[in-house]
Design a binder for this molecule. Structure first.
Ligand code: ATP
Length: 200
């Protein structure tokens, strides 16, 4: 019987790194960030709806959503964030559900990579939740390095989410990513063998 695992964590806690490792063990990954981009890709009903609600300024010269413009808008005006989510979320859910069903039909175990799983209360859409854990100070360091941010900017992003400690208490399994990438791989293999996904 195939399983659907919701993979979550905090920003820059290591979800993409874990997803990548899991594909090597035969899991298929459905990624919420990719679905969110597909939902408002050029020429889709999603992007037309964005244009209708937010105007031509919301669309860039390639016919795609102007992420910088919309990012600033929703960061500064929470009401606008709600409006954008009302357009994008139902489409994202549909895209992810379709991909999930396809993979299940093919007999695969599926990883749903959903950064804001708890913030959007999606825990009931998966069989179990695995959380990639690291400390807030490591999150901030990795975020500064990966996205070329100041410490202030990185902190603002980390603190805008439910804290990783709180999330880790809600998760079914916690994957420790406090160490280096080799340790992360070993921690993941231990969980996979405990859960019977790989031989002990
Ligand atoms: P986001 O939510 O922002 O998409 P994420 O949770 O998917 O982030 P990753 O992109 O996997 O996180 O990791 C964040 C950054 O930290 C990446 O540059 C990644 O290479 C690095 N990283 C992840 N795990 C480790 C580790 N154990 N040691 C060193 N660097 C790591």
């Amino acid at each position: 019987m195939s399983k659907v695992i919701g993979l979550t964590g905090g920003i820059a806690s290591g979800k993409s790194t874990v997803s990548e490792l899991l594909t090597a063990f035969g899991f298929k990954v459905v990624d919420a960030d990719t679905a969110a981009r597909e939902a408002v890709a050029k020429g889709t009903p999603g992007i037309e709806k964005v244009r209708e609600v937010f105007g031509d300024e919301a669309i860039d010269e390639n016919g795609e959503m102007d992420r910088k413009y919309m990012g600033d808008l929703v960061f500064n005006y929470p009401g606008e964030r709600i409006k954008l989510n009302e357009i994008v979320h139902p489409i994202v859910r549909e895209i992810m559900e379709e991909k999930k069903q396809q993979f299940l039909k093919e007999g695969h175990n599926v990883i749903m990579d959903i950064p804001l799983l708890y913030e959007n209360e999606l825990q009931d859409t998966v069989d179990e939740v695995w959380l990639v854990y690291t400390s807030e100070s490591i999150q901030i360091d990795r975020l500064m390095e990966r996205n070329d941010l100041t410490q202030e900017e990185a902190k603002a992003r980390v603190y805008s989410q439910i804290s990783i400690d709180k999330k880790s208490r809600m998760a079914d399994h916690v994957i420790d990513n406090l160490g280096d990438k080799l340790e992360l791989k070993q921690n993941l293999e231990r969980l996979l063998s405990e859960k019977g996904f790989i031989e002990k």
